[in-house]
Ligand binder design. Sequence first.
Ligand code: ZN
Length: 148
Amino acid sequence: MPDCEMCGKKTQNLIRVRIEGAVMSVCDSCQHFGTPLETKKPAIIRQPQEVKPFVPTKREVQQIVKHTPTRPRKKEADIENLYVVEEFPRLIKEAREKMSWTQEDLAKRLMERKNVLSNIERGAFVPDIKFARKLEKILGISLIEDSS
Ligand SMILES: [Zn+2]
């Protein structure tokens, strides 16, 4: 039978506790000298998720400082001024055909359904900025303009 490291009593049921920074195995009657290991936070290696800090880029920092210091995300404000050019259906279709891709080929690259793309090429659906950015990147064209 192991000994309690605190009082030396032999016991079947040793409890690991932290006493003044040291981890000790103690008996039932000594465990109140320390704090149980289970409830102790696992050091400060990882921060709780909700305190994920906003880390702005250098440019964002400048903009935040210049405008409203309380506004945390300049990126979204940027997007407000952006719009997809009117001739996007033609631009997309031409660029796609230049690559000799079918609508399906392009849709796959975009990880979208084919009818989303065919609606866009018919002008029935205007892609949002995020989607337009994807199209720009994949097709090597320019679809977004800044109205500001
Ligand atoms: Zn003890």
